[in-house]
Write a protein that binds this ligand. Structure first.
Ligand code: FRU
Length: 441
């Protein structure tokens, strides 16, 4: 491939870019730092580690409300496991709530109460993050098929998959999601627009996290991927070390609106020479502006860029538009400098006047230079310092290409647009102190 990118030193595509110039502006500010998180009185379920969460939503993106309940799906494992091992056994479970505050865990999505798989077996040796559509009484549970069914050793192949046919039942006891499910692989990488595992030259290969999105132009899945950068490419001024960082936000379109049938299109955004992992991409549309959000880590930025474990965002005037970083750099919400890994895997949804941001309570009481250093701690300390439960919901204000952290709600408090936000931006839990910490009462 040649470099026809107008001097940006990138590979030849028209994909909007998160550039090194944008990323050079990354810096914590009062508008982007979330308050310090303290452990909740009780986690959502003491038996479980819970991380990446997504809401069951209708086709138009609004949160589904079924007989008064909202539903979240999340990656989970037993809390008996060393937290770093949880990705190897990740299981999607659902929880439901009538008030957005008190959550009841309902069980593994693809199994019944007796622990039996309902319908087909899900693809992969474990299932990673996705999204969930509730359409015409049917649940479409999108997920990442990680590895292969029955593999003897865990592999890191990733494909986008869906389980469909699930139904939701409510009674005086609560809510349940039941099969039988039909599982389908939607797509894998094509090796051209999207890198295959075999082409990958860098750290932590990605092709995952399908997120359903529909607007008047069509029906889509956006997902996390990497852009192929062949050896000897002119990208990053030919710098081989930087070229290994090639994250992208991919998109696939359904030709008919069928939520199980999608074909790959050109990526929406890439971060070649900048960052390897643009995780859990998702879109919020407000006043005709498309806001594209991703999560990323400090340690996945290319050499020479100092970034954070943070929520990053981009805006465009149309879905395939030229995305520009919010706040000039892309930084929207990050953790405080003295608790740099306290939260991760942010998910933004619209509440009307504000945006609300869910994430999970990750490692606290931990400020070593890298998340990789968690493994250096004795095992009991790795367990003690891992939250594994929803973090306080962050409230952000948005004005065009600018955003501002306004406050927080309680751990895992997910209000819907018709439920008013508390007038105190800190939900009555105390005041902001100095650079954005708050005290739990
Ligand atoms: C983000 C993430 C997702 C992935 C999952 C695996 O926290 O890396 O991209 O699906 O975790 O546990």
């Amino acid at each position: 491939m040649t470099d026809d990118s107008g001097g940006r030193g990138r590979i030849s595509r028209n994909t909007p870019a998160w550039t090194r110039e944008h990323a050079a502006r990354l810096a914590r500010t009062d508008d982007t730092v979330a308050p310090i998180i303290y452990p909740p009185e009780s986690p959502i379920d003491p038996e479980l580690h819970l991380w990446d969460t997504w809401l069951l939503r209708d086709r138009d993106g609004s949160v589904a409300e079924i007989d008064g309940y909202r539903v979240i799906l999340a990656l989970t494992s037993t809390s008996a496991l060393l937290p770093g091992k949880r990705h190897d056994v990740a299981t999607i479970r659902y929880s439901y709530s009538a008030d957005g505050k008190n959550w009841h865990t309902g069980g593994p999505v693809f199994k019944n109460d007796a622990g039996e798989i309902e319908g087909d077996r899900p693809f992969g040796s474990r299932q990673w993050a996705g999204s969930a559509l509730y359409d015409d009484g049917t649940v479409y549970a999108y997920y990442t098929a990680s590895g292969q069914r029955d593999e003897a050793e865990l592999s890191y192949t990733q494909r986008l998959a869906v389980g469909h046919g699930g139904t939701v039942h409510t009674d005086s006891e609560g809510l349940s999601i039941e099969g039988p499910w039909t599982h389908e692989i939607i797509t894998g990488p094509d090796g051209d627009r999207y890198e295959t595992e075999a082409q990958s030259r860098g750290m932590i290969y990605t092709f995952r996290d399908p997120w359903f999105f529909e607007d008047e132009t069509g029906t889509y899945l956006v997902f996390e991927a990497n852009t192929p950068v062949p050896e000897g490419s002119a990208a990053c001024g030919g710098d081989q070390a930087q070229q290994e960082f090639n994250g992208s936000v991919g998109i696939a379109e359904s030709p008919t609106g069928d939520p199980t049938d999608f074909g790959l299109r050109e990526p929406l955004l890439d971060a070649v020479c900048v960052n390897q992992e643009l995780e859990r991409p998702h879109i919020v549309v407000r006043d005709g502006t498309y806001y594209l959000f991703i999560s990323s880590h400090m340690h996945t930025f290319a050499p020479g860029i100092e970034g954070y474990d943070a929520l990053y965002g981009f805006a465009a005037d149309s879905l395939f538009g030229e995305y520009e970083p919010l706040n000039d750099s892309g930084l929207v919400v990050t953790n405080p400098a003295n608790a740099p890994f306290q939260a991760y895997s942010w998910l933004v949804y619209d509440h009307g006047d504000e945006l609300l941001v869910n994430s999970f309570f990750n490692y606290y009481d931990f400020d070593r230079p890298s998340l990789d250093d968690v493994a250096l701690l004795p095992e009991p300390e790795q367990r003690r310092r891992f939250g594994g439960t929803p973090a306080p919901t962050v409230r952000i204000g948005v004005d065009g290409r600018r955003t501002r952290v306004l406050g927080v709600l309680d751990h895992g408090h997910l209000l819907l647009p018709h439920e008013p936000l508390p007038s105190s931006p800190f939900d009555g839990r105390g005041d902001r102190d100095g650079r954005g910490s708050y005290h739990s009462t």
